[in-house]
Design a protein around this ligand. Structure first.
Ligand code: AMP
Ligand code: ZN
Length: 114
């Protein structure tokens, strides 16, 4: 999608600190990190939110989790712990309407979340 920020990052039309990419998925550092490790894992395919996952997207959705886990390992937070967050729509706190998984780690996380 031409006017989608994360599509543009995936296409390298907008710069970001890429930490992983393959044919399906791109991961980059969040520009406003909320933890020492804050990486966004996004599908190259433009899917606005979890609400828009379609039959056939299961493998792609699962891959976001697997890539996040492998980045958590690479960043050294897998053993101590980390959090995966997917904000969905207004009350879920979603600001960018291209599906993305937040990988947060490197500090204690609290529950309930804000
Ligand atoms: P969400 O609130 O779940 O939609 O999260 C959007 C995230 O995108 C926020 O954590 C922002 O800090 C992050 N973000 C916005 N613009 C950029 C950018 N150009 N590069 C990297 N992260 C960004
Ligand atoms: Zn997009």
């Amino acid at each position: 999608m031409r006017d989608c920020l994360f599509c543009q990052i995936a296409a390298k039309a907008v710069p970001a600190t890429l930490v992983y990419e393959d044919a399906d998925v791109v991961a980059f550092d969040d520009i406003q990190p909320q933890a020492p490790v804050h990486v966004l894992v996004v599908p190259r395919k433009h899917i606005p939110s979890l609400n828009d996952l379609a039959p056939g997207d299961e493998a792609l959705a699962g891959k976001l989790l697997r890539v996040a886990a492998s980045i958590a390992r690479a960043r050294g937070v897998d053993e101590r712990g980390w959090r995966a967050v997917v904000n969905t729509n207004r009350e879920g706190g979603q600001i960018v309407f291209h599906l993305h998984l937040h990988l947060l780690g490197g500090r204690p996380m609290f529950w309930p979340p804000g």
